[in-house]
Ligand binder design. Structure first.
Ligand code: ZN
Length: 265
């Protein structure tokens, strides 16, 4: 159930059918090498949600693409709004989703650069009382099915590489410029801050240091069938997560208990 496709009359029934679960697909507008569209993460997040709700009903919120992508500000087509605004907009969006009866909000993140943001956002839910719970499923930490994992031919594959190229070939092949795929190893990390990363030292410039053209991996072995298999695999994983979220009554109870205690101080 796509939020924007429902009529106002249909909405309450959709809330009931989804057991108050809303998927909020997070993406961004960011360069993806020479060969993939700027909206790559948006297409992927949207499709993952669409396939998942066929397995486990939920309402899907429209694409939320004002997220953390400051590291691509030097590239054409990037939209990177202020950091504080990202958090406030996400906060306001969750509040509005909950006000409409969807009190279990699932952040479905399709952009690697949001990894810290989504966990920080979950943590700041404890700042003040709210009548909903924000969930962050972490399918990236769940192993792919062996047949899915076995299909990848490349090891370095973080951005616009074999996986994302396969996904867009499955979804929007007309947008993939295969003829623009670099042949010179452009997607290999430059390692310009290796002396720091070897010591597990993080800086905000690390991504630019390794991947200044926003290409990490090698998209040449990408195939639409691999993308199809990935979507099937991850939508089943996400559907299992949503089932667990629907069954979860403890998070809300503990959250309320926590707010009660925190407000006494
Ligand atoms: Zn991406």
């Amino acid at each position: 159930m796509q939020w924007e496709d429902l009529t106002g009359d249909e909405f309450p029934e959709a809330v009931k059918q989804s057991e108050q679960v809303c998927l909020l697909p997070l993406s961004c507008l960011e360069r993806h090498g020479h060969h993939l569209p700027i909206g790559t993460d948006m297409f992927i997040g949207r499709e993952l949600c669409r396939r998942t709700v066929e397995l486990e009903p939920a309402v899907i919120f429209p694409d939320f693409f004002f997220t953390q992508i400051l590291e691509a500000r030097h590239m054409p087509g990037t939209v990177a709004v202020e950091a504080e605004l990202v958090v406030r907009l996400l906060e306001n969006t969750c509040r509005e989703i909950a006000r409409n009866g969807l009190t279990k909000i699932v952040l479905v993140n399709a952009h690697g650069g949001n990894d810290h943001l989504i966990h920080y956002f979950a943590q700041i839910q404890l700042a003040s009382r709210r009548d909903y719970v924000v969930y962050v499923p972490q399918p990236a930490y769940q192993a792919e099915e062996p047949t899915t994992a076995a299909q990848w031919e490349t090891v370095i594959d973080d951005h616009a590489g074999e996986r994302e190229t396969s996904m867009i070939l499955a979804l929007r092949p007309e947008l993939v410029r295969l003829e623009s795929l670099p042949q010179d190893g452009e997607g290999m990390p430059l390692g310009r801050l290796k002396s720091l990363s070897d010591q597990a030292i993080y800086t905000g410039i690390w991504w630019y240091a390794d991947n200044p053209t926003h290409y990490n991996g090698d998209g040449r072995p990408a195939r639409a069938e691999k993308g199809e298999a990935w979507f099937a695999d991850r939508s089943h994983a996400l559907a299992r997560a949503i089932r667990a979220i629907k069954d979860d009554k403890t998070s809300k109870r503990l959250q309320d208990e926590f707010y009660d205690q925190a407000e006494q101080h």
